[in-house]
Design a protein around this ligand. Structure first.
Ligand code: NDP
Length: 329
């Protein structure tokens, strides 16, 4: 049994609050691999968990954190040995299993990936689930035929975690990136990541009642959902695709069939959570070599556990810029 620090979210008469608390590895669930977490990162879903969203976390007290990178401290399986550097993202981590906002996690071996040689643990968590999701979106678009020559690619929610990695990754791969944001004052940040065009969010909120809009985008990564997503579908060029992964603008949208039957538009769903481990591992390999980003530190700020409650409020309010790396010390 080892004592460690974790952010613990508690419920008191329907109100949720988070404190850094001393825990014991005996409090962790049974599992194959005990991991000393060195880095985690903040994702929107962690903020939903920390604020009592029952779709994410059913019971409290609970430690969120859907991402973790660290060193194996105990293993019951031959695939992992003490000292191995590993990454865990998604599945049930941080949802109903104590997550990466604690210095230790214990998880099934089927959730664990060995750190690829080309990425440090820190780099892996600078990317985190946001980076994995951005990569999955770009991969789906390319599988659907997108190439840099096709024209401009739109990223919505561009200053957010998934959005900022998507901008950087698409730019790194030679695409002309249009970054749509509600924070036009962050234009310089987006340009430094490689965006060539800044699109004010308000522009994507016009024409919701129209069945189609002018053809603009050769492809798109949508991290916000809601009516903005369908406006993006309506402004795809002939045969183009949008990868849909997020819901910060809403879960529903007003839709019609015209963009699909007149322009052959494609709406591609992206999930980074329940994806088979081999697919996750292949995407991490890609992010560590061919798709490795040179400007990873520029994407993120580093915080400790104590600062997380205020960072969680910021992400819930849509005010985060880039990624938040969590150093577990
Ligand atoms: P962030 O909060 O970091 O980014 C979301 C961005 O969305 C904000 O920064 C903001 O960007 C924009 N935004 C916020 N509120 C609104 C609004 N009301 N209307 C329109 N745009 C808004 O979150 P993440 O990057 O961590 O996650 C983004 C989304 O992707 C979330 O919904 C998350 O749940 C989802 N997600 C899904 C995954 C999957 O597997 N499918 C995995 C990871 C994330 P700006 O100000 O630049 O417009």
């Amino acid at each position: 049994m080892t004592q460690f620090k974790a952010l613990l979210v508690s419920e008191n008469e329907g109100a949720f609050s988070a404190q850094v608390t001393e825990r014991d590895t005996a409090d962790l669930p049974v599992g194959d691999v005990l991991i000393r977490v060195q880095y985690s990162s903040l994702n929107y879903k962690d903020a939903l968990s920390a604020s009592g969203n029952r779709g994410v976390t059913r019971s409290y007290p609970h430690t969120p954190g859907i991402d973790a990178a660290g060193v194996v401290a105990e293993s019951r399986v031959p695939e992992f040995a003490v000292g191995d550097e590993v990454i865990v993202t998604g599945y049930d981590l941080g949802m109903n299993t104590a997550g990466g906002f604690g210095q230790y996690i214990r998880v099934p071996a089927a959730w664990v990936i060995k750190r690829p040689a080309g990425l440090s643990l820190r780099e892996a968590m600078l990317l985190g689930t946001a980076g994995l999701t951005a990569a999955l979106c770009v991969d789906k678009l390319e599988q659907a035929g997108l190439t840099p020559e096709a024209g401009p690619v739109l990223v919505t929610g561009a200053t957010g975690g998934v959005g900022s990695v998507a901008v950087a990754l698409l730019a790194r791969l030679g695409y002309s990136v249009a970054a749509a944001t509600g924070k036009v004052e962050q234009g310089e940040f987006l340009r430094q990541l490689g965006a060539q065009q800044i699109v004010p969010r308000s522009e994507l909120q016009e024409g919701i009642d129209k069945p189609m809009l002018k053809e603009r985008w050769a492809g798109a990564v949508d991290t916000v959902g809601g009516d903005i997503l369908f406006n993006v579908v309506k402004s795809l060029r002939y045969g183009a695709s949008v990868a849909c992964c997020g819901l910060t603008a809403g879960v529903g949208f007003k839709a019609n069939v015209m963009p699909f039957i007149l322009r052959g538009a494609n709406l591609l769903g992206v999930d980074s959570v329940e994806l088979p481990l081999v697919v996750k591992a292949s995407m991490w390999d890609k992010l560590s070599v061919q798709w490795k980003l040179g400007n990873l530190e520029a994407l993120a700020r580093e915080v400790g556990l104590q600062a997380l409650p205020q960072e969680i409020e910021q992400i819930l309010a849509g005010k985060q810029v880039g990624r938040v790396l969590v150093n577990l010390g």
